[in-house]
Write a protein that binds this ligand. Structure first.
Ligand code: FES
Length: 143
């Protein structure tokens, strides 16, 4: 059996929603301390719905594939639903990842959460800090 599913290979080779949103309402940057990979996620929100999102990932193929799939999964969804996106759901949508690459999918989940947190912070929207307790913006990738 191939190490990576066809979907992983597709999203790695043809990643969706790559780039930057200049007028983003929220930007999340997260890094994986172990491998040094970095992911940045941009979201545009209208009436509580993510109407557009883009990402840039400086990282491995699995990080690129999972961030691409994460953008597909949150686009058009209410912000609260995007917050519920788990790395497990992203991996399932990609038909799996090898166990030792699962940590790459965590980066995608955290990047979405960091972007939503930034959106909440910028718009003075109150939230339960518990929602973001494991999410920290990466200090190395601040502009
Ligand atoms: Fe670092 Fe995949 S090896 S995110």
């Amino acid at each position: 059996m191939a190490l990576y599913s066809d979907k992983v290979m597709d999203h790695f080779q043809n990643p969706r929603n790559v780039g930057k949103l200049d007028d983003a309402d929220g930007v999340g940057e997260v890094g994986n301390a172990k491998c040094g990979d970095i992911m940045r996620m941009y979201i545009k929100v209208r009436d509580g719905v993510i109407v557009d999102c883009k990402f840039n990932t400086f990282g491995c193929g699995s990080a690129i594939a999972t961030s691409s799939m994460a953008t597909e999964l949150i686009k058009g969804k209410p912000v609260e639903e995007a917050l519920e996106l788990s790395n497990k759901a992203v991996v399932e949508a990609l038909d799996g990842l090898p166990a030792y690459k699962l940590h790459c999918s965590v980066l995608a989940e955290e990047a979405v959460k960091a972007a939503v947190k930034d959106y909440y912070d910028k718009n003075g929207i109150a939230y339960d800090p518990e929602l973001f307790k494991n999410v920290e913006n990466c200090e190395h990738c601040q502009e």
